[in-house]
Ligand binder design. Structure first.
Ligand SMILES: NC(=O)c1ccc[n+]([C@@H]2O[C@H](COP(=O)([O-])OP(=O)(O)OC[C@H]3O[C@@H](n4cnc5c(N)ncnc54)[C@H](O)[C@@H]3O)[C@@H](O)[C@H]2O)c1
Length: 332
């Protein structure tokens, strides 16, 4: 017989639950862990603190988390099976939220091996340990990139996703397939969250909101691909965290959900939002489309609305204002 499902309780209680958050020093993992800690949940965070981007940003995020007494951090690599086995021996988790991964589409063209190690070997180690520990709920990060270059106006979780156009996307699709098998064979609740271009304070330096803001503030030229006509469903971090927490609370067997703002904006509008937030005009160099880039990402969030009551609230103008204000405080 299956064990009753343990879902996290939002307030500290005697039986307050414990969640493993992988990639807790990363952008999304940090924000999720912070929110859970503030709600009184015990969080164990793991991260290998790699140097894909400036590790200082990771250690600074981690410092904030470490100021909470209900946070425990372990430095380690997902692909290290021994480390994962020992982690699950040392701690009893009620749920696992797996956000660590090698991210980035372009980097996967130059460095394929690290994607296989972190996103496939690491993912397999973690889901196997979750199953072996008898944990009933596994929530993990997928990506809007699984939709490839679909010509559809909005990407639905019912669409086919078997034509990934980057190795990064292929690893995320592989994770969804592995999760399907673990649900099928072992009844593990597996929820995959396809994030759509997440941004906000403490964001990722390799992503457009960060890169463009830095260059605009420094008065440097920015390169805008596909002449600014590419559309992105930029999603503010707080909306993403609400979606992840809803997924932790509402496991439903095997599921994948889109977590996107659902109101895609052109790069040109996005740049205007940064200009308004910085009070500076951008110097723009327009360029053609790059290999591996997707023309448009737009989330159909009807399933997420129905099951998770997901309802993104922050538009690009408000979100970039918050991001720029953090950026100026952190860097200037
Ligand atoms: N930010 C986005 O717009 C976006 C969009 C789609 C999907 N995602 C996915 O969401 C998740 C979180 O993304 P993010 O933006 O916070 O990225 P991030 O790079 O800031 O965070 C990932 C963290 O995982 C850690 N990590 C990587 N490989 C590891 C390994 N082998 N062992 C242990 N730790 C490891 C990194 O050090 C990093 O701190 C990732 O799975 C990513 O693929 C993000």
């Amino acid at each position: 017989m299956k064990k009753p499902l343990a879902v996290y309780s939002p307030r500290p209680t005697k039986n307050s639950s414990r969640i493993l958050v992988t990639g807790s020093a990363g952008f999304i993992g940090f924000h999720l862990a912070k929110k859970l800690l503030e709600e009184g949940v015990d969080v164990v965070g793991i991260d290998n603190l790699n140097d894909y981007y400036d590790p200082k940003l990771k250690t600074d995020r981690n410092k904030i988390l470490k100021s909470h007494e209900n946070y425990t951090f372990l430095k380690g690599d997902l692909a290290d099976e021994k480390f994962i086995t020992q982690l699950f021996k040392k701690f009893k988790f009620d749920q696992v939220c797996h956000l660590a991964a090698q991210a980035g589409v372009r980097y996967s063209i130059e460095n394929p091996a690290v994607y296989i190690q972190s996103n496939i070997v690491g993912f397999a180690n973690l889901i196997e340990a979750t199953k072996n520990a008898g944990i009933r709920n596994f929530v993990y990060a997928s990506s809007s990139s699984v939709y490839g270059n679909s010509a559809k106006a909005k990407f639905s979780v019912k669409d086919r996703t078997d034509e990934p156009i980057s190795l990064y996307a292929a690893t995320k699709k592989a994770d969804e397939l592995i999760a399907y098998t673990y649900n099928h064979l072992f009844g593990l609740n597996c929820t995959g969250l396809r994030f759509f271009t997440v941004y906000g304070p403490w964001g990722r330096p390799d992503m457009a909101p960060f890169k463009f803001t830095g260059r605009i503030i420094a008065g440097k030229e920015i390169e805008v691909y596909n002449f600014g006509k590419m559309k992105r469903d930029f999603t503010y971090i707080d909306d993403i965290v609400s979606g992840i927490i809803a997924a932790l609370k509402r496991p439903k067997g095997f599921r994948v959900y889109n977590l996107g703002n659902n109101r895609p904006v052109t790069l040109n509008r996005f740049i205007k939002a940064i200009e308004a937030a910085c009070g500076q005009k951008a110097k723009i160099k327009y360029l053609p489309l790059q290999p591996g880039d997707v023309l448009k990402t737009a989330a159909d969030i009807s399933e997420s609305k129905k099951d998770l009551r997901f309802s993104p609230k922050i538009d690009i103008e408000e979100g970039m204002k918050k991001f720029v204000s953090w950026y100026q405080e952190y860097y200037l």
